[in-house]
Design a protein around this ligand. Structure first.
Ligand code: R2B
Ligand code: URA
Length: 339
């Protein structure tokens, strides 16, 4: 796995993340406020030095579920009597779970939320001396020409004007950063799609907006100053320009990881086809199952990587190792009945 030639690598020769901010190493300690961690208070190398994959997704619950899923997939065993713990619990902002080399973090909704998180996670990678980390955003989106339940791997992120840049105002000036994603990673992920899957896994441009309602051309927000015909004209035009889905984080995610020289990908599941409507009508159980789909693809990638490196541990010490299910049940029943 390597970067395409035009990709910028901004790291030290040993693969550790180089920070593009000279102020950080001059600071006595760096408090990662929204993660409830700090370089002075925590041994970040000890805690996070073995991280290889950083998986981000919107909600704390989904990322906790992801942590349990990846734990089973890679055969990571927790020491007996222990459980997964939200490392950022006391930030009350984001949730973070660590499963061996996989860090699972919730990023909230929208560019500002994912932007703040990425500043701190990229610094975390630097403080922890993590080598060549790979970042994934696993999320949901509206499809453009795709019904609910399909998986979309972003080739690049564009804003509401189809610009492949993340623009932000710094000291009163607008600065622009290319919102590029790793092309090879896109191909590798696509190649892991199972032809037997009862849904499509496609690649294309992802539009990232600053708003869910007016910003995504919805007619059902609290305000709407355009007609259905205006909406359809816009959605058809972005469809023609190669946009396959719309969500709310990929622009900052792609731009900030690219700026840091970190390999990254965005994998989302469509919840509806925006060419056909605005409201999310799928029943919860259906949409919950759909949301497992991008997770499965990313799990396959991580599993394959660890397999290649000989780091998949499907045996060893587990939290509870059952030798005989029948006897196990009897022992449990005995204990329950004891008073
Ligand atoms: C997808 O879903 C969320 C909005 O409902 C937002 O975080 C996104 O990108
Ligand atoms: N997330 C979005 O941002 N838009 C949608 O339409 C669905 C999920």
């Amino acid at each position: 796995m390597s970067f395409d030639k035009d990709e910028l690598r901004d790291e030290y020769p040993d693969g550790t993340v180089r920070l593009r901010n000279p102020n950080i190493e001059l600071m006595d300690q760096d408090i990662l406020y929204h993660l409830a961690l700090g370089s002075g208070s925590h041994d970040l190398v000890e805690m996070f030095g073995d991280v290889k994959f950083v998986c981000l997704g919107g909600t704390p619950k989904r990322m906790e579920q992801f942590a349990y899923t990846i734990m089973a997939e890679i055969g990571h065993k927790l020491p007996c009597g222990t459980t997964l713990h939200d490392i950022s619990q006391f930030s009350y902002r984001y949730s973070m779970y660590k499963v061996g080399p996989v860090l699972c973090i919730s990023h909230g909704m929208g560019i500002p939320s994912v932007g703040i998180l990425l500043h701190e996670v990229i610094k975390l990678m630097y403080h922890a001396k993590v080598r060549d980390p790979v970042f994934f955003r696993i999320g949901t989106c509206g499809g453009i020409g795709f019904e609910g339940g399909n998986v979309i791997i972003s080739e690049e992120a564009v804003d509401g004007n189809l610009r492949n840049i993340y623009e932000l105002t710094v000291l009163g000036k607008n600065i622009q950063r290319p919102a590029k994603l790793d092309k090879r990673l896109v191909r590798e992920l696509k190649s892991l799609a199972d032809p037997e899957d009862p849904y499509d896994t496609v690649t294309g441009k992802t539009m990232c907006t600053y708003d869910f309602y007016e910003g995504q051309g919805r007619l059902d927000g609290a305000f709407c100053d355009f007609t259905e015909a205006d909406k359809m004209e816009y959605l058809e035009s972005i469809h023609k320009a190669g946009v396959v889905n719309i969500e709310m984080e990929s622009l900052a995610f792609a731009a900030l990881t690219h700026h840091a020289g970190i390999k990254a990908a965005v994998v989302c599941v469509t919840l509806l086809d925006r060419l056909k409507g605005d409201q999310m009508l799928a029943p919860k159980e259906v949409s919950d199952e759909w949301q497992q789909r991008p997770t499965k693809l990313v799990c396959r990638y991580i599993k394959r990587y660890l397999q290649m490196k000989g780091r998949l541990s499907l045996d060893g010490h587990g939290s509870i190792a059952v030798k005989s299910p029948r006897r196990f049940k009897l022992v449990q029943q005995e204990s329950e009945n004891y008073d």
